[in-house]
Write a protein that binds this ligand. Structure first.
Ligand SMILES: Cc1cc2nc3c(=O)[nH]c(=O)nc-3n(C[C@H](O)[C@H](O)[C@H](O)COP(=O)(O)O)c2cc1C
Length: 343
């Protein structure tokens, strides 16, 4: 019998993103100014967005974020996302594999890389579930799904909003050994609250493939979860929404460490993408905009939306006079005072 509560929550997550207005806060890209060049001779058609990540050649510095799986709607979304990712030669991830471990019959809802056409395909689990299952079982599932690695997500704020306060305790100090024994790339991510400088310092010592910022300023899962579960009279409900570390600041803080960075959390335009890359991200990633685009047009929406953002990124790079991603990453930018302090 399928876990009805988990399954309906997964469906509600996708439905929450039918319309605009789900973002919360400010990802901080307004505090970054890129040096524009009046003398630029680079035209958008000459910009080369291709890049390399974990040994894979990608057409652009963009990861399709972990979102879903385990339900019929999740299967439809994953198929549509995979079709776009294959067409555009971009990496993608599924949402949490927890449903698969609890209900192996949901295998097909995650199985979108059977022909190994994606340049990179990652799974996703919370650390408590991953540690409970053990690295060997998780790796075996990833291998069956032709996955190249795993995103491990931290979601403390989201758990505060979940119905039965479902916080599953775990010891973060056990994660380095899990990652080593898993034996394939592991990316650590948040789910919309970001990481502090001391979190980043700790995680940078783990044998990770990358850190995905998932900072504040875009999707806030506390808000998504609290729709039904939190009493509207409860005065604590607003508090986590006023917290979180803005994405741009998390990227900036992470760039001081020798780790690969995926900039995510409220990245919405080609200009946001360029600023994230110039701050030190190796790739960027979107989640909510992909879900909205899929609701608008299940067949072609994701492809059209990503293409429009990549065209915006080409325009920005043309104005900066940076013909390649490497040139953009080295390009001068100024930061406002919010970047002078770390947190
Ligand atoms: C509908 C939806 C479902 C998500 N499910 C997951 C998940 O299962 N695992 C995960 O690590 N992150 C999940 N996320 C979080 C995203 O991967 C991402 O970190 C976050 O939404 C910030 O990006 P955004 O502002 O572009 O949406 C989900 C996001 C959305 C919109």
């Amino acid at each position: 019998m399928l876990d009805e509560a988990l399954s309906s929550r997964k469906s509600r997550h996708l439905n929450h993103f039918r319309s605009d207005g789900t973002d919360r806060g400010d990802p901080g890209f307004g505090g970054v100014t890129l040096r524009q060049s009046a003398l630029s001779c680079v035209f958008p058609g000459e910009v080369d967005l291709s890049t390399e990540f974990l040994g894979a050649r990608l057409s652009a510095p963009l990861f399709l974020a972990p979102i879903t799986g385990g339900t019929p709607e999740g299967a439809d979304f994953n198929r549509a996302a995979a079709q776009s990712a294959i067409r555009l030669r971009l990496p993608m991830a599924t949402g949490s594999l927890r449903m698969f471990f609890e209900h192996p019959g949901t295998f097909e809802t995650y199985n979108v890389n059977a022909h190994r056409e994606l340049p990179l395909f990652f799974g996703n689990l919370g650390p408590a579930a991953a540690l409970g299952l053990g690295p060997e079982r998780v790796r075996e599932a990833c291998d069956r799904l032709h996955m190249d690695g795993l995103f491990l997500y931290f979601n403390h704020a989201q758990e505060l909003a979940q119905p039965a306060r479902e916080h599953e305790p775990f010891d973060p100090d056990l994660l380095p050994e899990f990652i080593t024994r898993f034996g394939a790339p592991v990316i650590i991510k948040e789910t919309g609250m970001g990481f502090s400088s001391s979190d980043i310092f700790t995680i940078s010592k783990w044998p990770i493939a990358a850190l995905d910022t998932s900072g504040a300023g875009g999707t806030n899962f506390y808000l998504v979860e609290q729709d039904e579960s939190i009493d509207s009279q409860d005065e604590t409900r607003e508090i986590p929404l006023q917290m979180g570390i803005p994405t741009a600041l998390v990227i900036h803080m992470a760039s001081r460490h020798n780790i690969r960075i995926i900039g995510s959390g409220g990245v919405r335009t080609g200009l946001d993408m360029a600023k994230a890359l110039c701050l030190g991200a190796d790739l960027v990633s979107f989640a909510a905009p992909l879900v909205r685009a899929w609701h608008r047009d299940p067949a072609d929406g994701i492809h059209a939306w990503i293409t429009s953002r990549l065209n915006q990124l080409r325009s920005v790079m043309s104005l900066c006079g940076t013909p390649t991603i490497d040139a953009l990453k080295r390009h001068p930018r100024t930061l406002d005072t919010r970047f002078t302090e770390t947190i």
